[in-house]
Design a protein around this ligand. Structure first.
Ligand code: COA
Ligand code: AMP
Length: 633
């Protein structure tokens, strides 16, 4: 196969040859003759003359090859005490029926279907069932509130919505159906039908004529064979946070996605047919889409679907139990999960109860992997810990240590080197390429490799404006960092108003828009403050109208409530303080970065353009009331 260098340079010098070769990893209805269609820049399309079905590739072809009895999905739910397994054969029948059910409800190729579900096998069946029919799924994370769901309903305009009666969070049951009903009521677009999976813990009320009960609708549905789609047809839309309250619908195509993900399994993750692969994430995030569902199944692996938390379900040994019980070869999660385990069980005493020798690699992504956590995980598990870097927009890693090709030296704090097709530059504000070790904006030269977003759902102009305009000829990642002399990348910060909370992307702009709706809030700013467990937490500073007569504590509590109700509990929004005025430059720009430095106890200098320096003292006092900066250990 050659070295990483050979593979990377091969892909750069002959992209057509490289990606057509990679396309052989997929079963096509019409094999593509061309790799890249670059006739309409900056809209690039991969494998434009190819046709296929993604569900067929993830399921049927393994059954056709005699793998029907192999386990496709291991469902392990310590939070409910349930566990089960589903073979590829059973998954084929279930997805075929699901697709048949959708079709009988009037859903056709190209129609959108929203999936608002907890971590149960039916969620995967729903995603694959959409893919089988050629319908475009849009999974909305279960921790989002009704208003967020409504925004997505209005953007995606789904013909059907698939949901469940409830989710399970530690100590409480989250009733999904009232949230779904509220979202549909508030959305301008109305789906024709909802299919509701009734879970044991809670039964949902169904709306006559609109809602169907999953079992009744699915059990006897006709089995639909895979519908052929173009490689460039959309497989799914996944919404992600940007600078404003309007989430962006990242589009994923069928062909490029299948090729890139199938390539990634042996080459990046050193995983192949029959191996047990576990991405401890949620199907609502891109990691869940790519590495709980599509990539492991495309590769013929057994994927683990985990409904629980790294600690507290029931203890900090649950990851080790799952590795040993299911013989997991590769674990992929966010560093937060390991920080939580390390905090609860610093010496990893729980490990003594389990044999984790099946584990060969731990992969981390979603947020910066701090060296302490990497070293702890490496020491305790005795496997290489591989940091890798990617985004919802790319669908697969931009940078990684491709252990399936060769394991490169691990440098702590770096997600290593670019994957094939990603030509990554560090750019200055004027677009000039920075020298090694110099900090700048991280950008990927166009065209991007297969699987990367071809556009934003229904918004070609917004795609160009948000991603392709700042640096002509490049995709702007929104991350800042540098490359060292060996070409290793270091991700240091975001260049926009996005913060990263427990591996989830949150828009501070969006939180500000919600806070500003509170009738007593005249002005506000949300900053990300460092947090030992979750990486960052949002912190709101609000200025009240002089006419406000409510006690300050009450307004703060209401502000927290408002964000949790509008955005969802996943915002982890618990920190609010009041100040008289926001610190601004003379031109009116709020000094968020300076406030974040004060909160984090970092060195900061008085901006020369500040309107009134006294306000920053007031900010520091307000932050102290919330315990910031945190005392150092
Ligand atoms: N449905 C409803 N509510 C949800 C939810 C879901 N699917 N997922 C999370 N929530 C709620 C939680 O109950 C919590 O509510 P609370 O603050 O009122 O208690 C809130 O959203 C924040 O959730 P979470 O980020 O999971 O924090 P936590 O404090 O419950 O747990 C960790 C902390 C570290 C254990 C947890 O963040 C974790 O497992 N992180 C792993 C990171 C990860 O998987 N990232 C995915 C990207 S790769
Ligand atoms: P999301 O689209 O939600 O997966 O978030 C992507 C963002 O998470 C990236 O743009 C980075 O800011 C951050 N991120 C992901 N992986 C890493 C990593 N390995 N190191 C540092 N930051 C990361």
């Amino acid at each position: 196969m050659g070295t990483y260098q050979d593979v990377y340079e091969g892909a750069q010098s002959d992209a057509t040859g490289f990606w057509l070769e990679a396309a052989n990893g997929i079963d096509w209805v019409t094999p593509p003759q061309t790799a890249l269609d670059d006739s309409n820049p900056p809209f690039y399309r991969w494998f434009a003359d190819g046709t296929l079905n993604t569900c067929f590739n993830a399921v049927d072809r393994h059954v056709d090859a005699g793998g029907g009895d192999q386990v496709a999905i291991i469902y392990d739910s310590p939070i409910t005490g349930n566990a089960s397994k589903m073979t590829y054969g059973a998954l084929q029948t279930a997805t075929a029926r699901f697709a048949g059910m959708l079709q009988s409800l009037g859903v056709e190729k190209g129609d959108r279907v929203i999936i608002y579900m907890p971590m149960i096998i039916e969620s995967i069946i729903a995603m694959l069932g959409c893919a089988r029919l050629g319908a475009v799924h849009s999974v909305v994370f279960g921790g989002f509130a009704a208003a967020e769901l409504a925004t997505r309903i209005d953007d995606a305009k789904p013909k059907a919505i698939i949901s469940a009666s409830c989710g399970h969070e530690p100590g409480r049951i989250v009733a999904y159906k009232p949230l779904l009903d509220e979202a549909i009521e508030n959305a301008a677009h109305k789906p024709d039908h909802c299919v509701i999976y009734q879970r044991e813990a809670l039964a949902a009320d169904l709306v006559a004529g609109r809602d169907l009960e999953w079992h009744a609708a699915h059990e006897n549905a006709p089995e639909l064979p895979p519908v052929t789609v173009k490689a460039t047809d959309p497989l799914y839309v996944l919404y992600t946070s940007g600078t404003t309250g309007q989430p962006k619908g990242v589009v994923r195509d069928n062909g490029g996605h299948a090729v890139a993900l199938a390539w990634s399994m042996p080459n990046i993750y050193a995983t192949g047919p029959g191996d047990v692969y576990w991405a401890a994430s949620d199907i609502g995030w891109v990691v869940g889409h790519s590495y709980i569902v599509y990539a492991p199944l495309l590769a013929g692996c057994t994927t683990v679907l985990f409904e629980g938390k790294p600690v507290g379900t029931p203890d900090a040994g649950v990851f080790w139990r799952i590795i040993s019980e299911h013989k997991v070869k590769v674990l992929f999660t966010a560093p937060t999960a390991f920080r939580a385990i390390k905090r609860a069980d610093p010496d990893a005493d729980f490990l003594e109860n389990y044999d984790t020798s099946s584990l060969e690699y731990l992969f981390l992504a979603g947020e910066r992997a701090d060296p302490d956590t990497i070293i702890w995980a490496q020491d305790k598990l005795n496997v290489p810990v591989i940091d890798h870097w990617w985004q919802t927009e790319t669908g697969w890693p931009m940078c990684a240590n491709p252990v399936g090709i060769e394991q490169l030296p691990i440098k702590l704090g770096s997600p290593s080197v670019p994957m094939p097709g990603y030509e990554i530059d560090i750019l200055g504000e004027d677009g000039s390429v920075k020298a090694p070790d110099e900090l700048g904006s991280i950008a990927v030269r166009l065209p991007m490799p297969p699987a990367c977003l071809p556009t934003v759902w229904g918004a070609d102009a917004a795609f160009v404006e948000k991603y392709l305009t700042t640096f002509p000829g490049y995709y702007e990642t929104g991350d800042a960092g540098y490359k060292d002399a060996d070409g290793y990348l270091y991700i240091m910060a975001r260049t926009d108003d996005v913060i990263n909370v427990a591996g989830h992307r949150l828009s501070t702009g969006q939180l500000e828009e919600v806070l500003a709706e509170h009738p007593d809030v005249a002005e506000c700013a949300v900053i990300g403050v460092a947090d030992q467990l979750k990486g960052q937490l949002p912190l709101g500073l609000i200025c009240l109208y002089p006419k406000s007569t409510k006690p300050v504590e009450q307004v703060c509590a209401e502000a927290i409530d408002l964000v949790k109700t509008r955005v969802g509990r996943v915002s982890a929004f618990n920190l609010v303080a009041t100040i008289d005025r926001l610190p601004k430059t003379r031109s009116g720009k709020v000094l968020r970065a300076t406030m974040a430095k004060i909160a984090d106890g970092e060195a900061w200098s008085m901006p020369a353009t500040i309107d009134d320096p006294v306000i920053l003292e007031e900010v520091a006092t307000a932050l102290k009331t919330l315990g910031y900066p945190k005392p150092t250990d």
